[in-house]
Design a protein around this ligand. Structure first.
Ligand code: ACO
Length: 428
């Protein structure tokens, strides 16, 4: 007999089916609640609400587990590459050699952007926030690739997925180049995904940027580690927009907007800004730690703690190693990085942080690495959006293909005025 939960309200009894996921997670199916009892649920922030069934990503925050299509993130970070992880997320399994080659070829073919599209960058102020440009330009892709607004075959989906994944990187690099008054660097078809991005960011027409293998590997890892994180704010946004049957470009652009917020992707910017203010204020790492522990001060150590991961953030554990290798390789001497390393060393031994299970999160190390590579702080969230794109595409497709899928349309508990007559202007 399948599991049920019983709800009694106003003398009426309702048996609610309990659904179980493949990893043993349980949920009460409340599909009949309103029809049978006239009730809805209230769950601000949806902390207790499963919005969908999904077979893409599994997280167990208490155990520090993150898996994509069943494969642990540690294995993917060590053995795989961003493009392969993207394929895994989007198409549901690891690709065979010919499948990966075909997808890589599509990414290469789609890395340039239409020249008319390029001129759109000129319309933005040079100091425009890069996330605003990223979102606007992804939305604008819909004007240049209108044949993909309705998808009628697997082939069309594969092509649009590759276009989006490839072009977000070109868009990001172009917006950066323009912001610093440098000429755009066209993508080089000989280069792989991450190297090509670094080339577009840092080469000059007269001087090719040499990509150190440690740098390429670290950035590749950052992208892999951001590729999906189940139903977070931006992914839920992508699914919500997609539920109206809006196209992939429109849905992904909305995802970028959601990611921009400081409570979500924008946190990686806050980490570096805080390090900067610690440095400017002449504080030592120990003084900053003491401030974070002092409840009378409204000061939290950015880049420490996580809502879901309470033992450790598996992504941070992996990136710590990459941070060390990049810093050693580049021989970077940066006072902010020294402060960051000092904070980490003290916090990992400090009883306040240990007892509250406050460990460095993925934002802490990704910020340090990106700064060492030379990626400006205001581009950090854009990097996150490039990394998260495979997850958004996969989640959009899963939602799109769901035969039971309905347009997302939550209800509410109305708390405003009851029936009120219109008051003419002279009587107000
Ligand atoms: N610095 C100092 N103290 C902290 C920190 C911190 N970064 N984070 C939590 N605490 C303390 C709280 O003051 C609280 O202490 P108390 O029990 O004495 O009152 C305790 O730890 C628990 O804190 P909560 O706020 O309940 O933890 P929650 O799980 O709600 O918050 C969050 C998680 C928001 C990530 C929090 O740890 C935080 O603000 N961290 C800094 C911001 C940050 O790095 N965000 C990025 C998250 S990762 C990501 O988005 C990809």
């Amino acid at each position: 007999m399948s599991d049920t939960a019983k709800l009694i309200y106003n003398g009426k009894e309702l048996e609610l089916p309990v659904i179980e996921g493949s990893e043993g997670e349980k949920a009460i199916d409340i599909g009949q609640l309103r029809a049978k009892l006239g009730l809805i649920t209230l769950d601000p922030g949806y902390g207790n609400t499963g919005a969908c069934k999904s077979n893409i990503t599994f997280i167990d925050g208490d155990k520090g587990i993150l898996r994509h299509r069943g494969i642990p993130i540690e294995q993917l970070a060590e053995k795989s590459r961003f493009v392969e992880v993207a394929w895994l997320l989007i198409f549901g399994r690891l690709p065979k050699r010919d499948e990966l080659d075909r997808f890589s070829a599509r990414l290469t073919a789609n890395s340039p952007i239409h020249e008319d599209f390029r001129h759109h960058f000129d319309g933005f102020p040079v100091n425009a926030p890069p996330m605003a440009i990223q979102s606007a330009m992804i939305s604008t892709l819909a004007c240049f690739h209108q044949e993909f607004l309705q998808l009628d075959s697997h082939e069309a989906f594969e092509e649009v997925a590759a276009r989006l994944l490839s072009k977000v990187r070109t868009i990001a690099a172009y917006s950066y180049r323009r912001s610093i008054g440098r000429p755009v660097i066209y993508p080089d078809p000989q280069l792989k995904y991450v190297t090509n991005f670094l080339h577009m960011m840092f080469s000059m027409p007269y001087k090719q940027y040499i990509v150190e293998p440690e740098v390429e590997q670290a950035l590749n890892r950052i992208l892999v580690l951001h590729a999906d994180h189940e139903q977070n704010c931006s992914t839920s946004t992508v699914r919500t927009v997609g539920s109206s049957r809006a196209n992939l470009f429109a849905s992904a652009a909305a995802g970028v907007s959601a990611l921009w917020g400081p409570l979500h992707g924008g946190a990686n910017v806050e980490v570096l800004e805080q390090l900067e203010s610690i440095h400017k204020g002449g504080l030592t790492a120990q003084q900053a730690i003491d401030m974070a522990k002092d409840k009378s001060k409204n000061f939290r150590l950015m880049g420490f703690g996580h809502r879901i991961y309470k033992n450790f953030d598996p992504r941070a554990k992996i990136l710590k190693e990459s941070a060390e290798s990049v810093l050693n390789k580049l021989g970077v001497h940066d006072p902010l990085l020294d402060i960051a390393m000092g904070l980490e060393q003290i916090a990992l031994k400090d009883s306040y942080f240990v007892e509250r299970k406050l460990y460095p999160n993925v934002d802490f190390y990704s910020g340090i690495i990106m700064r060492a590579i030379g990626i400006p702080v205001n581009m950090f969230t854009v990097m996150f959006s490039i990394g998260r794109m495979p997850g958004w595409i996969a989640q959009w497709k899963e939602q799109h293909d769901d035969k039971d899928g309905r347009i997302v349309r939550p209800r509410q508990i109305y708390t405003g005025p009851t029936l009120t007559d219109y008051t003419p202007m002279d009587k107000r």
